[in-house]
Ligand binder design. Sequence first.
Ligand SMILES: Cc1cc2nc3c(=O)[nH]c(=O)nc-3n(C[C@H](O)[C@H](O)[C@H](O)COP(=O)(O)OP(=O)(O)OC[C@H]3O[C@@H](n4cnc5c(N)ncnc54)[C@H](O)[C@@H]3O)c2cc1C
Length: 495
Amino acid sequence: MTQETLSGSMSTKDSDHSSYSDDLPRIVVLGAGPAGLSASWKLLKGGIKPVIIERSPFAGGLMRGIQHGDFTVDFGRKEIYNRTPEVTAFWEELLRDDFIEYTHRIGLLYQNHLIDYSPEFRGPLRGIPVSLLGSCLAGFLKARLSSLKAAPPKNYEERWYQSWGKPLSMMASQGFSEKFYGVPWKDRPVEFDLRRHDKHKGSKSVGQHLKALQSQIFGNPDANRTWRHPRRSTQQLVDNAVEEIQKLGGIFHFETAVTSLTKGDNGISEVTVKRGDETQVLKVKELVSTIPMLALADLLGLDKISDPIADRNEGRESFFLYLFLNRPALFPQAWLNVSSPDLALGRVVNYGAFGGDMVPEGKGCVCLELFTRKGEGFADRDNDDIAAQLIEEAEGASLINASDIIDRKIIRIAGAEASNEFQTWQDEKVQGLLREFRTYSNLYDANRAGIDVACFAGICAADAVLTGNRERFDREASPELSPQWASSAANTPQP
Ligand SMILES: Cc1cc2nc3c(=O)[nH]c(=O)nc-3n(C[C@H](O)[C@H](O)[C@H](O)COP(=O)(O)OP(=O)(O)OC[C@H]3O[C@@H](n4cnc5c(N)ncnc54)[C@H](O)[C@@H]3O)c2cc1C
């Protein structure tokens, strides 16, 4: 049995640690997650060699994979969204034949029932038992009738209950959503899930309303998309990107952290980095930062912002229990959102259902994800205790047999980064930070929620550096403003 904190299970070749004694201003990329890798790749393709600074001993950021014996799996649940052709082309170039299609069968676990998001597998009822369907329909009709004379909703919970009724809201979303985001629905603003430019669009017709329900709960039926995944996990994207960057002459500085940024007359003038006991100061020409926005604000000496939307991580933890099985998991879905409020389990991933080679033939691997809420009492519990509870819950829901477990691995990290979404960027306080960032003409803040969104921001930042024109970066790579993300977001079932 192995237990470890999130450390690079797959190391990436370290490169040059030479100093920058020539004192020339550099193009610096901070961070080697998806945004940093795509920015570096694009810069190198355009003939610029950036200095890539990464605090960890390996690349990949939150996109990296987990290796365990013959298993190579993603870190938690990873969907690869194909919302921008430019990013998809980048991945196709990196993965070639290893970017494989899979049956995108995903669903919900509610009151021990497995419910598919798509009607493709078990018809329009998607596995919802008749008794539950009856209570959902009754609740829905009651809500529609009551809404004729109801006062406008005061919070997100009221909005859902008024629109769809309580039973349907609970089954489809509430339990999972509250665990994932760590915020009870009654404490969320009414329009929490709407993008800025979707708000105040006026009332919907009944037809639009029903279409919205279907899209909200089961994904957009018009989205005739295929789903693809790297054959050997997202780590394959990372490994191939690193290899390509090094081939093009890019240099990674691993285990090197940025510790401060110096402001000059025209933006950021210097970056101070630390590797072990050694501190170096780099002169900066352009700076692509992919480190979390609040960490960047800190380095710039901006006022700390504290609110639950801007910092979903405060007081929270994410716990990933990988179970390696001597046969496939007992359920067919690639992942399940757990909306039962009585279970601690938040999400369950079944890597064998992604096809590919993440799991050896005949074996199985699931990841039981738990996103703790502030003050919930998990912080003081030890790993074995939490793991035992999660295994009991998964076995109780017939997802696995505990007797099939051959090994396990626990990753426990502070915060709940997985739940970071576009809402973060449309928060008023965050908007204030973004305005501050934009006063630095040579700073491109490209850290984003979503692997594709991060890659797109990295590519746009590199384009801006290459062309000397940052207009596209400022306009299109802003997830809180750009219509392209909004129109495609409905393709993904949003909690
Ligand atoms: C469990 C989980 C599930 C997810 N599921 C999905 C999904 O299904 N689909 C999807 O699209 N996205 C998903 N995401 C989100 C996605 O992984 C991130 O949005 C994406 O990795 C962000 O990319 P980034 O390059 O902007 O930042 P990161 O991936 O966070 O990379 C930033 C890098 O900067 C480095 N760094 C930080 N501080 C410093 C410093 N001071 N000096 C030097 N280096 C520093 C970090 O070590 C890191 O390598 C998930 C995330 C998690 C955690």
